[in-house]
Design a protein around this ligand. Structure first.
Ligand code: NAD
Length: 337
């Protein structure tokens, strides 16, 4: 069972990315982002994506040197096209531009179309929160639809992630970041690699029967994922498609996109300065009060806040290393051939 340190994984990823013509600095940023996702406990969006990214480059679905292209700059509005470059780089650049604009105007609306995989969307909310700003992100996945609409029988939605980041003075930010499917598609991949079942209530087989076997999400004939929370999650997924893709100039799931190696994301981000709305001290006080109220009860039973599981995993994995599942490790070894 391979367990590696984060430094070993950074070096390994960078090495393989450079071998397939990724510029060194871009390879470094991609490796950092994937290792951070693994450190934060999201193996689904971490280092195990490397073989898929390399296949995407070799298939021409991912342009390893592509840079962010500014399409429109109008006051608080910034529109970017990603040219199917690494989302790890484009996402960071787009958020930096949004942060700068939100500092000037109080708010920025940033669209990013046609990016290769943006990975863990929480990384973008964390970047914005570190600048003291709130952000809301709607993203779609322009890939063959994998998720059923509520009470639907055929997949029509992506696993479309939604994310909100709220900075908290003197504390870690609140980062709510999830796929609108009951589990992220890549979590089914990790379960499949590890020979585990997925939780009940997340997927159906090709006949529409409930299943916990991830094979139905990995091989033909395919089943589908369910949205989280019934009609609510399916509705939010649709909004991610409408705002994340239609509004940004990206592809919605309606294109009936054929299977491909690349994973294309489109994303709309709303970034704003919470101190510019005038709530001032009330805002700071109420945020802390609500977080404390939610987290602790009087019997000493504490619950986690969004963002805390990732912070705990980070601490634990920084010390003990990152486990890479056997299937992914064999794929890594095959990259050397
Ligand atoms: P998840 O189900 O693990 O939920 C994660 C969120 O819930 C986090 O905000 C976390 O802090 C919070 N959380 C988890 N356990 C908690 C607890 N016990 N108490 C309180 N809060 C808790 O996430 P997921 O749906 O599996 O998504 C995983 C990742 O996949 C996310 O980072 C998401 O952005 C990413 N994703 C990316 C894409 C893409 O195409 N780029 C698509 C889907 C998902």
């Amino acid at each position: 069972m391979p367990v590696l340190t984060h430094q070993q994984l950074r070096t390994l990823l960078e090495h393989h990315l450079v071998r397939v013509n990724t510029p060194q600095e871009i390879a470094r940023q991609v490796a950092d982002n994937l290792v951070e996702a693994s450190l934060k406990g999201h193996d689904s969006h971490g280092v195990t994506l490397l073989p898929r990214y390399i296949s995407a480059i070799l298939a021409g679905d991912l342009q390893p040197a592509a840079q962010l292209r500014l399409i429109r700059d109008a006051g608080p509005l910034l529109s970017f096209h990603g040219g199917r470059g690494f989302g790890q780089v484009l996402g960071r650049q787009a958020m930096s531009a949004g942060i700068e604009r939100a500092r000037q105007s109080g708010v920025a609306l940033v669209s990013l179309a046609d990016s290769h995989h943006l990975g863990r969307i929480g990384a973008w909310a964390e970047q914005v929160a570190a600048a003291g700003l709130v952000s809301i992100h709607f993203a779609n996945v322009a890939a063959p639809s994998a998720v059923l609409p509520f009470e639907g029988r055929h997949p029509r939605l992506g696993t479309n992630p939604f994310c909100v980041g709220v900075p908290v003075s003197g504390r870690a930010p609140v980062i709510l970041d999830f796929a609108t499917s009951a589990i992220a598609g890549n979590k089914a991949r990790i379960a499949w690699n590890e020979g585990r079942a997925i939780p009940p209530g997340c997927a159906v087989d090709a006949q529409g029967n409930p299943t916990t076997d991830p094979r139905w999400l990995m091989e033909e004939p395919r089943g589908a994922l369910l949205a989280f929370g019934g009609h609510k999650g399916a509705g939010l997924s649709l909004i991610c498609s409408l705002l994340g893709a239609a509004l940004t100039g990206g592809e919605t799931e309606s294109h009936q996109i054929p299977p491909r190696q690349g994973i294309i994301n489109n994303m709309l981000s709303i970034i704003f300065d919470p101190l510019r709305l005038g709530a001032g001290e009330n805002y700071a006080r109420e945020v802390i009060a609500q977080l404390d109220w939610m987290q602790h009860d009087q019997q000493g039973h504490d619950v986690l806040l969004p963002g805390e599981p990732e912070a705990r995993a980070w601490q634990q994995r920084l010390e003990n290393g990152i486990y890479v599942d056997e299937v992914s490790w064999k794929q890594f070894e095959a990259l050397e051939l």
